[in-house]
Design a protein around this ligand. Structure first.
Ligand SMILES: [Zn+2]
Ligand SMILES: [Zn+2]
Length: 421
């Protein structure tokens, strides 16, 4: 394994060993002598649990109307010390730009995850798919991270959360649960994301539908007699409308890696981005840093789609009424900026019976998500147990005279023999 460049190593003042970042505290700790050194001013706060702010403050979130995913935090919660980068300068990056840096990367031959070699610790197995990582892809020019949310959840807490989650899974193979529980190490990975800001102004034409009811007399046949009855029929009155809506998007979050399926990472939301700090390699000590594999332009496309879904929701609200039609919608984006940020994820991947299972824990909130393992044996056993219980119930019920099986129905002697055979 190559020695990391000296600028990325933080030797212990007391014994010279490499310090590691200690989750939940604003400090680096020596794993050998216990000495700790502060990183910058102030302590890292754990995510607030109140309704108004923090990782559980769902009210502050804007959700994608289609999927329910959290899209962003309220624009009032911006981190002042973090600078946004104009989108234009990110999209036409040249080698001389100070937005970028040369990075040496390791990549996973199976899932394609890339890992920054400048952090001082490297797993020999990919933390996302348990495949040995060997390929040194040489150096690539990457956009530098502007911000990072340091780990708040410790490895022990992450494992406890995972244990709890596994324990609540019915029909998970016991072997896998045991295997996962046996003090396996989890890998702390800073995963790459893009965030986008934009001011949008949209013009639309469409129609507003208002419901009204008409009373009709209809002829119905009741008890063999014809009768006239009143019926309420709902109708919609459409009026054409046009209008404008505007919205300032703040920190629309897009995953910049393809290593984990989006349904897994989406389930880790929300992230409290008000705890972003300026990027500092000290936070990486003892952790893996993943490089982005989804380029800025592609991430921007995803963000535009998410914004479009929210704008359509705004338009419907603006139209009002009971139903809405949008015929034309044109949106102008301005003041577009982006940030490249790293978010903390505890990851565990197990190869079990030739299949890999992946589990991730949000390193800020402790939320767990993973691939749901099923045990064929446990499911079969449960079905057999249910059938036996049903058979006993039917037997007891028949003995006590609650049900009687008729001759042409379900009976022990007739079985399933088919006439004529
Ligand atoms: Zn030390
Ligand atoms: Zn992998």
């Amino acid at each position: 394994m190559p020695t990391p460049p000296s600028e990325f190593r933080y030797p212990c003042e007391q014994c010279g060993a490499s310090l590691t970042f200690s989750p939940g505290e604003q400090s680096l700790k020596c794993p050998y002598c216990g000495h700790s050194q502060q990183i910058g001013p102030g302590a890292a706060r754990a995510p607030a649990r109140s309704k108004r702010e923090g990782a559980d403050g769902d009210r502050e979130l804007l959700r994608d109307p289609a999927t329910g995913r959290a899209l962003q935090w309220d624009a009032g919660r911006k981190v002042p010390q973090l600078s946004e980068v104009p989108l234009e300068s990110g999209l036409r990056l040249d080698a001389s730009s100070d937005l970028t840096q040369e990075m040496r990367m390791l990549s996973c031959p199976n899932c394609g995850a890339k890992f920054d070699l400048s952090s001082d610790q490297h797993a020999t197995k990919c933390p996302f798919c348990a495949t040995p990582v060997a390929t040194d892809t040489g150096s690539t020019r990457q956009i530098k991270p502007q911000g990072i949310v340091p780990f708040v959840v410790t490895e022990d807490q992450a494992r406890a959360a995972l244990d709890d989650w596994l324990g609540r899974l019915w029909f998970a193979p016991s072997g896998l649960v045991e295997y996962a529980r046996k003090g396996r190490r989890m890998a702390g990975v800073y995963s790459p994301f893009w965030t986008f800001d934009a001011e949008t102004a949209s013009e639309y034409t469409g129609a507003r539908g208002d419901w009204y009811y008409e009373t009709r007399w209809v002829t119905q046949v009741v008890d063999g007699k014809q009768r006239r009855v009143q019926q309420q029929v709902r109708k919609t009155r459409w009026t054409s409308v046009r209008g404008r809506v505007g919205r300032a998007f703040n920190d629309v979050l897009v995953l910049a890696s393809t290593a984990l399926p989006r349904r897994i990472t989406d389930a880790l939301t929300p992230w409290d981005l008000s705890h972003l700090r300026p990027y500092n390699t000290q936070y990486l000590q003892g952790f893996e840093a993943e490089g982005y594999t989804i380029p800025l332009a592609d991430g921007h496309d995803v963000a535009r789609q998410e914004m479009a879904a929210v704008i359509a929701m705004d338009v419907r609200r603006d139209i009002g009424g009971d139903e809405q039609r949008i015929n034309q919608l044109r949106t102008a984006h301005s003041n577009e900026t982006f940030k490249h940020i790293l978010l903390p994820v505890w990851s565990a991947a197990y190869k079990y019976n030739g299949k890999s299972f992946r589990f991730v824990v949000n390193g800020q909130s402790g939320r767990v998500q993973g691939e749901r393992p099923w045990s064929v044996w446990k499911i079969s056993a449960a079905i057999i147990a249910a059938l036996i219980a049903l058979a006993i119930f039917l037997y007891v019920a028949q003995e006590s005279g609650y049900i009687e099986f008729s001759a042409n129905g379900f009976s022990a002697d007739s079985g399933y023999t088919i006439q004529g055979y």
